[in-house]
Each structure stands twice: as structure tokens, then as C-alpha cells.
Write a protein that binds this ligand. Structure first.
Ligand SMILES: NC(=O)C1=CN([C@@H]2O[C@H](COP(=O)(O)OP(=O)(O)OC[C@H]3O[C@@H](n4cnc5c(N)ncnc54)[C@H](OP(=O)(O)O)[C@@H]3O)[C@@H](O)[C@H]2O)C=CC1
Ligand SMILES: O=C(CO)COP(=O)(O)O
Length: 307
């Protein structure tokens, strides 16, 4: 299934970067991993790379893109972004930051329901690779697809990227709902209205609504909102149980991007006049400005409307 052996640089050796490195290695590629602490030779890792995958958390994207730009990369190299977050400085998505630093380079977003723990166990998963450059998306699809990681291509990168990013905030809300033990009906309502909120935001920002109903949208929402493996869900669950955010974070290993995405998303929504009631309540909760019960009451008491 895979193309010929390629040189693939993976930037970031957290849970997701290490898992992607494992998937690429399993396909026989020459894989080099960069990590700011354990393997800091970025220039060496980038040298001769045909595919460069960025899997750092959102906080690292801007500094990393700047550092990669300073070093320079081969003109034909494809940049792949696997980060799910929003930039608090310029309100950009990760691929928008990469594209701003590399205007002449092909940029691909990789996103889907991909809880890394399951993938590392060898369980099957699927995801989407999206780009304005169909050749680049197909190259990445061929390079990383396997019998346990099925990749679909898409020509809607903003839709695919926002699907993976926005669901983290909804996963926090659904975690709160479960932490409060509100039952299956409440959780289903929240997931569905959460998807509506994601589609509302996504379509205003240029995404195709059907993309958000796909793997990197509904698919990722289902994975993240139904699994204690999800760090975002666990943040919400802890808050729903009445724990303070500091304690919840101390109990979780790794990055829960939804915490950082919520305030940026609120800013974007305000700029565009998009109603985001669930995100609004999540942000109030994260700031300790409301309680789970009060947030729920406000969502239930909103003005009645058509679906
Ligand atoms: N884990 C998963 O299942 C999936 C995660 N993702 C997304 O991938 C991204 C990374 O997640 P994940 O690997 O799980 O998170 P982790 O917390 O496990 O790892 C984050 C990685 O980013 C690096 N990093 C953070 N800040 C910086 C910085 N300023 N400069 C350079 N490197 C930095 C960390 O380095 P250090 O260790 O030195 O702090 C670490 O290597 C997130 O956006 C996440 O939403 C997407 C799909 C699945
Ligand atoms: O994005 C993910 C699964 O697709 C990982 O979810 P968490 O970041 O909530 O653990």
C-alpha cells in the first residue's frame, strides 16, 4: 500500500509524534524524530526530509515553524500538520502558521479519531489528510496508510483542521456532563448540539459542512467524547466532579488542547458574530467563573428555537 521508502521527519515526540513515528517506521520509511529536550538537532532531522510531520502541541507550533524556516527545508518537502489547536496570537490554525512561513511549500493537515494509546496497541484507526494540493495529500496518504491506519484524502483542509480542533472543546463539555452523571440522553444532546456548534463555526470560517460530519469532525467527536483515554474528556469529567482545574490537570499526562482552544475560539466567534453557547460555558468553567450545575442550567434555559 505504501509508496517507496521515504525520509520522514517527525517534529515532536509526545504521545502523538511518537505514535506517528511508529506508524511511519512500520511502513519501512527512514524516520527521524526531533524533540526539543531529547533530540535537539533540528537541522540534522530536517536534512533531506521528503515529508515533515509537525506533531507538537499548539504552544510549540509558532516557535517551531520559525526555527524550521530559519534552517530551510528541501523545496519538494511536504509539510504535514498533526496539531489540533488554535493560535492565541493571530487566531490562526496550525496549517495557516506553517503556510505563512512556507508560502511555496505543500502543506497537508492530518486529523481524525486517533486516540494514540489505541493506535500504539495496534488497534485499527482511520484519519483524513487534506490539502489544497491534491498531489501532496495523496503522497501522504500513500506514505502513511497501512492495514491498521486507513487514510482518506480531502480537498477541504480548513474543514478537516477545524473538525479536529473544535471537538476538543465539546469533549470537555461532554466530560462535564458525564462527571455530573447526567445520563445518556443529556450526553447525546450535548454531542449533537456540539456538532451543530462546530459546523456553525466551521462553515463561517470556510469549511464544508459535510467535512465536519466526517472522520475529522463527527468521527473525532465520537472518539473523544466516549473515551476516558481522551485528555480533554477527562478534564471535563474532573470539573464535573467538582475538582478544581489545577487538580484535574495534575492528574492528566500530556496536553489537553481544548483548554487553550476555548478562549481563542470565543474571540474568533465574537469577531464573526457566531453563537457558541457550549464553548462559552466551557470557558467560564475553565476560568472558575461558574459551576457545572449553573453552566448546565444556562444551556437548558436558553431561548427556545428550532433545531
Ligand atoms: N495524543 C493523541 O491521541 C493525539 C494528539 N493530537 C494532537 O497532537 C498534538 C500533540 O499532542 P500529544 O503528542 O498528545 O501531546 P503531548 O503533551 O504528549 O506532547 C506534546 C509535544 O509537543 C512538544 N511541545 C510543546 N510545546 C513546545 C514548544 N514550545 N516547542 C517545541 N515543542 C513543544 C512537547 O515537548 P516537551 O515534551 O518538551 O514539552 C511534546 O513533544 C496536540 O495538538 C494534540 O491535540 C492529535 C491526534 C491524536
Ligand atoms: O485528538 C485526539 C483523538 O483524536 C486526542 O484526544 P485528547 O487530546 O483529548 O486526548
Amino acid at each position: 500500500m505504501a509508496t517507496s521508502t521515504q525520509t520522514i521527519a517527525i517534529l515532536g515526540a509526545g504521545a502523538w509524534g511518537s505514535t506517528l513515528a511508529m506508524l511511519a517506521q512500520a511502513q519501512g520509511h527512514r524516520v527521524r524524530v526531533w524533540d526539543r529536550r531529547t533530540a535537539p538537532d533540528l537541522a540534522g532531522v530536517l536534512q533531506g526530509a521528503e515529508v515533515i510531520v509537525s506533531a507538537v502541541s499548539m504552544a510549540g507550533v509558532r516557535p517551531l515553524a520559525g526555527a524550521v524556516q530559519k534552517i530551510g527545508i528541501p523545496p519538494q518537502a511536504i509539510l504535514v500538520s498533526a496539531t489540533k489547536g488554535l493560535d492565541p496570537v493571530e487566531l490562526l490554525t496550525p496549517t495557516q502558521i506553517w503556510a505563512a512561513n512556507f508560502p511555496n511549500q505543500a502543506v497537508v493537515v492530518l486529523s481524525g479519531p486517533n486516540l494514540s494509546v489505541e493506535i500504539r496497541q495496534g488497534l485499527p484507526a482511520a484519519a483524513v489528510v487534506a490539502s489544497r494540493d491534491p498531489w501532496a495529500a495523496t503522497q501522504v496518504q500513500r506514505a502513511l496508510s497501512s492495514d491498521r491506519f486507513r487514510l482518506y484524502t480531502s480537498s477541504d483542509p480548513i474543514g478537516v483542521e477545524l473538525g479536529g480542533t473544535l471537538k476538543n472543546v465539546i469533549a470537555i463539555a461532554v466530560g462535564v456532563c458525564d462527571g455530573l452523571q447526567l445520563g445518556t440522553n443529556a450526553r447525546s444532546a450535548l454531542v449533537t448540539r456540539g456538532l451543530a456548534e462546530m459546523i456553525r463555526v466551521g462553515s463561517r470560517l470556510g469549511a464544508r459542512p459535510e467535512t465536519l460530519n466526517g472522520l475529522s469532525g463527527l468521527g473525532d467527536l465520537l472518539a473523544t467524547c466516549h473515551s476516558p483515554l481522551s485528555r480533554n474528556y477527562r478534564v471535563g469529567y474532573g470539573l464535573g466532579q467538582g475538582k478544581p482545574l489545577g487538580q484535574v490537570l495534575a492528574e492528566i499526562e500530556g496536553t489537553a488542547e481544548g483548554i487553550h482552544t476555548a478562549p481563542v475560539l470565543l474571540k474568533i466567534a465574537a469577531q464573526h458574530g457566531i453563537p457558541v453557547p457550549i464553548t462559552h460555558e466551557v470557558q467560564l468553567l475553565l476560568q472558575g467563573q461558574t459551576t457545572p450545575v449553573a453552566a448546565l442550567a444556562r444551556l437548558m434555559e436558553r431561548q427556545l428555537k428550532s433545531e
